[in-house]
Design a protein around this ligand. Structure first.
Ligand code: 1GP
Length: 232
């Protein structure tokens, strides 16, 4: 999946990036960013994306202002390792009626953020999980599965210098039986391949799609090839 942050692009840029990413083989678009604040701009951005693709457009919300009736679905997500009640359950309570009113498909997802020097960690007040003790993240993921969440997302943070290490991905994947999404810091075909081989069912790239569309295509192809080898 390809992520776009409405704060990083004009509407015309977004239209161009979306059709390029679709040509490179992405399967779905996610829209969101840790510092999104304008509901109006968010709406306009999603409207423009929908005009330029037939792929699913899923909201990746940072807060209640990122709920738009123009999207197809919303990750109804809980930042499991936040120290703030708001990001675990508060925003979800405040936003739930709007999601219903807009008729958005709500996709329950447990969100686990690694590291401490990214926007998502700072804004979401994530309690940093040790990368070298993957069983801790796995226990969060299993709890989320038992609470009924349909996806788990391991996040290194947009612009992270390194993706989640494969040991972390595989420890979580071997613990749960719901689909695993992994994102943050994936920039090369090799990193995409390693992440999928370690157990990711889906990978998310944001920064790369904004900077180098050709390389995005290589990353998508590497991820899909690794996925098809796994399914043989
Ligand atoms: C962020 O995982 C996504 O939520 C994407 O991260 O921008 O580093 O690709 P990047």
């Amino acid at each position: 999946m390809t992520l776009f942050d409405p704060e990083n692009h004009t509407l015309d840029e977004a239209a161009r990036l979306i059709s390029n990413a679709e040509k490179q083989g992405t399967d779905a678009f996610m829209v969101g960013g840790s510092t999104v604040y304008s509901h109006e701009r968010f709406d306009e951005f999603i409207k423009r994306i929908k005009e330029n693709t037939s792929l699913p457009v899923i909201i990746f919300p940072n807060n209640v202002n990122a709920i738009s009736k123009y999207a197809d679905a919303i990750f109804f997500m809980s930042l499991l390792n936040s120290i703030e009640w708001w990001f675990i359950l508060g925003a979800q309570i405040h936003g739930s009626f709007l999601v219903k009113e807009y008729g958005l498909e709500a996709i329950p997802m447990g969100y686990i953020v690694f590291g401490s020097d990214t926007s998502v960690a700072a804004v979401g007040r994530a309690f940093s999980l040790p990368v070298n003790k993957p069983q801790i993240a796995a226990s969060y993921a299993l709890a989320a599965q038992y609470l009924g969440m349909r996806f788990i997302y391991l996040e290194a943070g947009s612009g992270a210098t390194m993706p989640i290490p494969p040991e972390g991905v595989s420890a979580v994947k071997n613990t749960i039986n719901v689909p695993l999404i992994v994102g943050g810091g994936i920039r090369t075909p090799e990193q995409a391949k390693t992440t999928v081989e370690a157990g990711a069912d889906m990978i998310v790239t944001g920064t790369l799609a904004e900077r180098n569309i050709e390389e995005l295509g290589k990353v998508i192809r590497a991820a899909k090839e690794a996925a098809s080898r796994k399914s043989v």
